[in-house]
Design a protein around this ligand. Structure first.
Ligand code: IPD
Ligand code: CA
Ligand code: CA
Length: 277
């Protein structure tokens, strides 16, 4: 194992936050609404408070951007991106697919990331230049060479849902691959690309706290991350395409075709279906 500067301490914090989430999980937790379908629970808030407290003790000068409490900005060159519970909708419904995500940036570079899934006790971690790990064992992206042989994942945003065109991408790429899953935790989706469970993932409008850790973990596992045109991924670009690198050009090319409306398979007409059955 290489010598890590951050991930051991991060892993301990993420495990502690994950244990806290499990105390609330499946216990009829009260749901509050941040938007029409944007849920939050006491578990999200308590988890973020715990993580912030631990970061403040260990790295008092670092800045923190967390989903629930926003940005603490003192001008530090270090910034943490915290999603205290990624997959809140799953969590609130008792569906066990969610995680704690912590990413650390220095200047413009992501330098460390950890995602912890407490339901499976899986801890994904990477530090720049050290490779990526799942429960301390090295992980790598898949070797699937073609989109037609791949399994992918995507997600749909919880706000401004009617403005999101992803259903067309979902339909088109479903028809061109082994299938597209919608697990409900973007951070875990990225980790699943990193360890080869998925060959690719994309989503519109993710926030930096969803992606910071997972992006580094994918890169360190040998994968590729770009925007929808194949350009450099930026934490605030709101376009995320991740893959095992081998299918990346094909996937991005498919995106370009869909944006241009070329070769789109029409969505089947539900009224016509109803008439025939
Ligand atoms: C959500 C999840 C979901 C993705 C949404 C995110 P949250 O995060 O990552 O998979 O599709 O876009 O907002 O709200 O559960 O932290
Ligand atoms: Ca999230
Ligand atoms: Ca969240």
């Amino acid at each position: 194992m290489p010598k890590f500067e951050y991930v051991q301490a991060m892993a301990a914090i993420a495990r502690e936050a994950g244990a806290l989430l499990m105390q609330f999980f499946d216990r009829n937790i009260q749901i509050e609404y941040k938007g029409e379908a944007d849920l939050v629970t006491a578990a999200d808030r308590k988890s973020e408070a715990l993580i912030r407290e631990r970061i403040r003790k260990l790295w008092p000068s670092h800045d923190v951007l967390g989903e629930e409490e926003g940005l603490r900005d003192t001008g530090s060159e270090f910034r943490w991106y915290i999603d205290p519970l990624d997959g809140t909708t799953n969590f609130a419904h008792g569906y066990p697919v969610f995680c704690v995500s912590m990413g650390l940036q220095k200047g413009q570079e992501l330098i460390a990331g950890v995602c912890y899934d407490p339901t499976r006790d899986e801890l994904f971690a990477a530090e720049r230049g050290t490779g990526a790990y799942l429960n301390e064992r090295p992980i790598h992206v898949s070797t699937v060479p073609k989109l037609a042989q791949s399994l992918l994942a995507t997600g749909f945003p919880s706000h401004k849902r009617h403005k999101n065109p992803n259903i067309y991408f979902y339909h088109q790429i479903t028809l061109r691959s082994h299938g597209v899953r919608r697990p409900g935790s973007a951070a875990l989706d990225l980790c699943s690309v990193a360890c080869g469970r998925f060959d690719g993932f994309w989503e519109f409008n993710l926030n930096p706290w969803d992606t910071a850790a997972g992006v580094l973990i994918v890169e360190e596992a040998g994968g590729r991350i770009t925007d929808f045109s194949g350009g450099k991924f930026k934490l605030d670009s709101r376009e995320t395409v991740a893959s095992n690198a081998l299918i990346h050009d094909e996937l991005v090319n498919e995106f370009q075709q869909i944006f241009a409306g070329r070769g789109l398979e029409p969505l089947p007409d539900s009224r016509e279906y109803a008439r025939k059955t």
